[in-house]
Ligand binder design. Sequence first.
Ligand SMILES: NC(=O)c1ccc[n+]([C@@H]2O[C@H](COP(=O)([O-])OP(=O)(O)OC[C@H]3O[C@@H](n4cnc5c(N)ncnc54)[C@H](O)[C@@H]3O)[C@@H](O)[C@H]2O)c1
Length: 271
Amino acid sequence: MSNNLLKGKKGIIFGALNEHSLAWKTAVKCHEQGASIVLTNAPIAMRFGEINQLGEQINAPIIPADVTNMEDIENLITKSMEHFGGKIDFILHSVGMSINVRKGNVYSNLNHEWMLKTLDISAVSLHRVCQVAYEKDAMNDWGSIVALSYIAAQRVFPDYNEMADAKALLESIARSFGYHFGVRNKVRVNTISQSPTMTTAGSGVKGFDGFLVYADKMSPLGNASADSCADYCVSMFSDLSRYVTMQNLFHDGGFSFTGVSHGVIDMMKEM
Ligand SMILES: NC(=O)c1ccc[n+]([C@@H]2O[C@H](COP(=O)([O-])OP(=O)(O)OC[C@H]3O[C@@H](n4cnc5c(N)ncnc54)[C@H](O)[C@@H]3O)[C@@H](O)[C@H]2O)c1
């Protein structure tokens, strides 16, 4: 159902890899709500080809960009403005990757070159995107930038590994850039801290299946789905959230503020 919440708005969406991706769902919903979209992902992700289907479905061009490469991001912002014929209203940063997690290195035994790569891809990239958009004066006033985070930025989830540090940095960058972008352009910058969700990135975390069930039982509303995450992103890109900035917004069915739940106690009794 469309309320045309994003009618006439133009946005760049990073990170749609396949139909499970949070970015994919968000792109579809933004399109339904009347937005024009540019899709982007790492050149290597293009090889899988699925993003082309999404591009056709929502009539969006795809401009490859590795988020660790400043030239790629500059090209992306410039080409997007050319495509839109003007400035940008919203950006979704939905990017995360850890080689240490992929290789099964535990937190107490990390490869630090890879750790720096994780921080670069998953967190510093938000700064790059914001900085390029800021320098090129690419955002319309009252625009909105959202990055996706996870509660491991605040609390320990041992197998989330170094991604926890990346998310803490990501949330800090959103706060800090939110200040500068807010003062100059009334642009808001926030992170949405999403429930665990079965996606390619999510399922790379050790023990993810069990954790998904635990989080669902712990959350009074249950885990927030990818579709509802997309809805929340739409609301953050709309004009209905214009004074929300520099926040980390939990979108987790109440998980973050629940100490223990009857669902978890019952689960323990059954074990
Ligand atoms: N799935 C979850 O449980 C969950 C929960 C909270 C937050 N998040 C966050 O949501 C975001 C999206 O993840 P997802 O779960 O949809 O998984 P996903 O695997 O579908 O998306 C991750 C994306 O990052 C892209 N990417 C990786 N390296 C890149 C690079 N160098 N340049 C450009 N793009 C690159 C990948 O191609 C992919 O499209 C991530 O930031 C993730 O940490 C996910």
